[in-house]
Design a protein around this ligand. Sequence first.
Ligand code: AMP
Length: 396
Amino acid sequence: MKILVVNAGSSSLKYQLFDMPQGTVLAKGNCERIGIDGIITHKRPGQSDFKAESSFPDHQTAILYVLKMLTDKTYGVIDSVDEILGVGHRFAHGGEKLRQSTVLGDEELEYLESIVGLNPLHGPPAISGLRACKEVLPNVKHVGVFDTSYYSEMEDYAYIYPIPYELYEKYKIRRYGFHGTSHRYVANKAMELMGKKDVKIITCHLGNGSSITATVNGKAVDTSMGFTPQDGVPMGTRSGALDPTVPTFIMKTEKLTAEETEKLLNNKSGLLGVSGVSSDCRDIVDAANEGNQRAQLAIKILVHNVKKIIGSYVAEMNGVDAVVFTAGIGENDRELREAICKDMSYLGIEIDEKINATCPRGEIADISASDAKVKTFVIPTNEEYMIAYDTQNLAK
Ligand code: AMP
């Protein structure tokens, strides 16, 4: 069964064609500079990449080009688009109604349009991508997979903010949580590795955007991201959680508008803001190793905040069976994993430093110390596979 996974951004459209249920990636690529000019990179495992300039005035022309590439005599991997049985669309936000992966008909599309205010950056391009795909592939099921849906069963006391309740009722201001597809994938893998589902897991998705999620018996009970992906631990350029008066104080003293303040906290803060070096963890680690004190401070702040959230989730769940590291930093930065897990033996979290330092990149690794009460895993994330998995189930 061939399933196409699409992730549409404002000027890009990423795609992967899966052969399910095996989960083999047949081809993948990215259309970039949509609305400007157009570049496509098309890759097939074990074969040379195809890269070309084109004209992509909108998402529809881009998806048409993708279908042409997938069925091309030389670069294609299928004979006809009729082989595609479903298209999975990544959506950052499903609001309060789209609580699980769903086939997207007119009603769902209308609802997604009604909540773009909650998700102004990712919502509109994802909807354009969906509309374009529906137009060119009208006879297949289009499935929405939402980053928020993993958190849809959290208790109200975990998602309601302590502000006037009417603001929740009026504007749906609440904790939604993001990166759910990644957390669900790695939490499921951890359950598979442990051979049981009745476990308490803390998954640390540490990348350019970072979030930490607590999962009990396969269900998320808490997460560090909130109303937007701005909450929680410091990220590449995002501040993460702050005293709520910090933004208003900055607005008043620096005479900034709400939009300018949001930009400052979204694009100029986090690891970049503290280090002044870069938003990329590798650059910061290099600078820290060369003695740059602000780069060293940025790393210490990240480690401190991740530790604090792990500790709070252990308290919330009354224990933990496994901690998982994933995404760019979590999968690759061994020193950071070691720093986070240091001095957590009281909680039962202890890693084997040698295994942590030598485990091969891109592979699942059990980095726990042999006598640790809690398992610590490194698990490469695969959101696209999760989207293809949900899509095949709904497209069948
Ligand atoms: P992601 O958003 O998951 O793609 O992760 C991007 C982040 O992962 C960036 O901050 C990168 O610096 C970081 N990263 C990727 N590879 C490495 C590595 N080998 N060592 C440290 N950080 C890495």
